[in-house]
Ligand binder design. Sequence first.
Ligand code: C2O
Ligand code: CU
Ligand code: CU
Length: 506
Amino acid sequence: MAVVGGVGWGANWLTAYSRHERSNVGSLDFRNRLRIPALLDPQPGADGVKRYALELATGESEFLPGKKTATWGANGPYLAPTLRARNGDKVALTVRNKLPDDTTLHWHGMHLPPAMDGGPHQMVAAGDTWRPHWTVHQPAATLWYHPHPHGSTGSHVYRGIAGVIIIDDEHATAAGLPSRYGVDDVPIVIQDKNFNDDGSLDLTETTLSDDIAAIDNVGVLGDTILINGTYDPYHEVTTERVRLRLLNGSNARVYQLGFPDDRTFHLVATDNGLLRRPQGLTRLRLAPGERAEVVVAFKPGEKAVLRSFKPDLKVSFPTGRFTGGDDTFDLLQFRAAGKLKPSPELPATIAGAPAPIEVPKDAKRRKFEFVATRINGQAMDMNRVDEVVPAGAREIWEIERGDGRVHAFHLHGATFNVIEVLGEKPPVEMRGPKDTVYLPGTGTIKLAVAFDTLTDTEKPYMYHCHVLRHEDKGMMGQFLVVEPGSEDKVPRTLKSSAAEHGGGHH
Ligand code: C2O
Ligand code: CU
Ligand code: CU
């Protein structure tokens, strides 16, 4: 805080303040065809298991014309293939780590045994191979996967390892939503980057000191947008309606999605599943880690740009300016063909979509206060068990944003509904099945949480802020899911994770 005060700082502050309003609107030409991540949807083997092979490695990408960028990716230089499976499938993965660093691969939004979760306890040492496997047992949804090594999630994701997971089920198939992958059912991975003049990724997390208490340090906020690893992208539309599987794969940036003509699009799914009623919207906020499926209608021959407007972050001054609150970005241009193939009518209701989570009257309540980079005043400790939850529990989790900063709450291995936001009923777009949620204001949001029934007395799941710098700085906690009635019998200290598969986490 010594840096605050004095004429010099004042001038710097003004420069920094004005430099931190960013926009690319009007500066793109939409010259590059949108890349569509490869789809891995293997036939099951004789044993009924679907096998996926992923190889994490360094590579070289060309994003900006004529410039080479060193990147990380799975089965390619940047990002990762889309993995597809159905509810009920047995899946097995081979994750080969050819990166120079130890890392993990986490299946964000998946219900699976904690030992398979790919969180900070499942390190895969450089050169090693990890073989997780589980049975998919959750409704249709758009999930994603990314590294999760404690303290370095931000840099590993930023370098490029992230992919989409599509879970199908019979209800999603029957819903009549556009579903031809890459044609009218398109993954849209949104990321912001900073590039150095030589084309290399700028890994600098911030230009602001962590000591300036008034300002939230969220880490990387880029001035250049990549969609599916494509700079300056367009997508050709050949059908009347297109379903976008939106993923905010950015480290810290919150987007406020919409179209310049304010057209209505329909939200059909949130993070963890389909909505029972598609919801018409003109804007959709998407925080880091959140996903949404929307259906957009296009007119023959038109060009329409998906834009991120100034997000209403509901943070304190001047944090908003320094955390992207005044930024606007064109993301992707859609170019509709002169004649569009008919699409199924948008369903008014989606039969079989998950019902609201019912929580018993006497449900257990747990409170988590998010301030700066701490939860309930504590930093993440790999050996400390913060919460013990009985298997299959339905609980109320109250997440309080106790500061004026940008936070997004994420819970592993469970699904929740937001049931209250700062004392009010949540807006419709927050009410669907979720696993990640923006904390929209200083105050409390209440979640009805449905936990899974898989138990493990030694391997925890995580909950944390999905602003990756906050997570890396310790804004994370751990919970065990155990046999109901045994909550008080399990040790609250874990054996050193260094002894686990793949070696240490340092
Ligand atoms: Cu997307 Cu714990 O992570
Ligand atoms: Cu996760
Ligand atoms: Cu945070």
